[in-house]
Design a protein around this ligand. Structure first.
Ligand SMILES: Nc1ncnc2c1ncn2[C@@H]1O[C@H](COP(=O)(O)OP(=O)(O)O)[C@@H](O)[C@H]1O
Ligand SMILES: [Mg+2]
Length: 341
């Protein structure tokens, strides 16, 4: 799918379908002693029914934090998360309400998703069904279906310690699918597997999406996976900087990237472009024939129209010398003599 098709298809999706999941202005600040880490700085996105959405981004960009928040396993510092069929913002719901709603809404699978060691594969899947208060006859039928669908029928009476990495993963996926969720949320679910096994599990995600109609929202580093996505969101330093189509090359992100202006009107300029321009810190911005032109300025103290930067005598912030009031503290600008030049 080309970028143009991607944006058109998104518009169509927007018009025809209510989203399954909505994340609005998610901010997450972790406090460790006196140190604050802003892991997410205002992230908004939606996942639509049956969509295959993947999240990419360098280590530390906030991917794990984001998926744990949309899965209702971590509370944001601010922002809202809505799940279809639950009118309430889940960030304001009690743990009990979230656990109850999540059983029917989302299957969550992490790299270290584990089975209960003393139970067989079949018993693990059935137990997850009973916890979700599904009728025993339905649990039995659904367990048999999943064991076959996920290719672990032969392993149904085995315990976890006798299974291969891929089989463990299939069994863990089965325990999340027994409740017939609408969406599968995952954080690098194949990160601990070898390339071949990982590939087979990712094929399975594809089948889960296509044949069971379950939406996918998964963090990945895999080129093969990303190439099968409907949409890929790129996270960097705690914000979504762009979207990609399935034509993505993870090593050349600029080729498929549609830069995204977020709900706070922020646009993140890719580092390599800034570097190619010799790292300017300021740009003039002009709207020209339907385009936005950013021109680097290397003299930070002088704007194009020859306004100079002066210091507000009240708050000390820098403003242009034609300002009547300080943009930051609102006090009248009188200190014309305090030029920074
Ligand atoms: N529990 C935590 N306490 C403090 N800082 C954290 C915690 N979890 C993550 N962080 C920090 O938040 C940022 C984003 O982390 P994370 O969501 O794990 O990113 P990613 O999954 O993209 O690598 C990082 O700077 C990380 O160090
Ligand atoms: Mg992570």
């Amino acid at each position: 799918m080309t970028n143009a098709e991607l944006s058109t298809s998104q518009q169509t999706v927007d018009n025809n379908n209510l989203p399954l999941l909505v994340a609005e202005d998610i901010i997450k600040i972790y406090k460790t002693g006196k140190i604050e880490t802003q892991a997410l700085r205002g992230v908004s996105f939606k996942v639509y029914p049956s969509e295959k959405l993947f999240l990419i981004g360098p280590s530390g960009s906030g991917k794990t934090t984001l998926v744990s928040i949309i899965a209702g396993m971590n509370k944001p510092t601010s922002g809202k998360v809505f799940w279809k069929y639950l009118t309430k913002d889940i960030t304001r719901s009690s743990l009990e309400e979230i656990i109850k709603a999540r059983r029917r809404f989302a299957g969550v699978i992490f790299q270290d998703s584990k089975l209960l060691l003393h139970l067989t594969v079949k018993e693990n899947i059935e137990l997850a069904g009973y916890y979700a208060k599904i009728k025993p006859s339905v649990v039995k039928e659904q367990t048999e279906f999943l064991l076959r669908f996920l290719g672990i029928w032969e392993k149904r009476n085995k315990k976890e310690n006798t299974l291969s990495g891929g089989e463990k993963k299939r069994a863990a996926i089965a325990t999340t699918l027994i409740t017939n969720p609408k969406i599968l949320i995952g954080d690098e679910p194949t990160g601990d597997l070898d390339a071949l096994t990982s590939e087979s599990i990712l094929d399975l995600f594809e089948r889960i999406n296509k044949e069971l109609g379950i939406a996918i929202c998964v963090v990945t580093h895999s080129q093969q996976v990303a190439s099968r996505a409907d949409r890929i969101l790129e996270l960097r330093d705690g914000i979504i900087i762009g979207q990609h189509s399935s034509e993505i090359q993870l090593r050349k992100l600029e080729k498929s990237r549609l830069l995204e202006i977020d709900r706070q009107n922020r646009l993140s300029i890719p580092t390599n472009i800034i570097q190619n321009l010799n790292n300017p810190k300021h740009f003039s911005i002009i709207s020209q024939k339907g385009k936005i032109v950013l021109e680097p300025i290397f003299e930070p103290n002088r704007f194009k129209n020859n306004n100079q930067i002066i210091t507000c005598s009240m708050c000390g912030k820098m403003v242009t010398d034609d300002s009547k009031f300080c943009n930051y503290c609102g006090s009248a600008i009188t200190a014309r003599s305090e030029k920074n030049e």
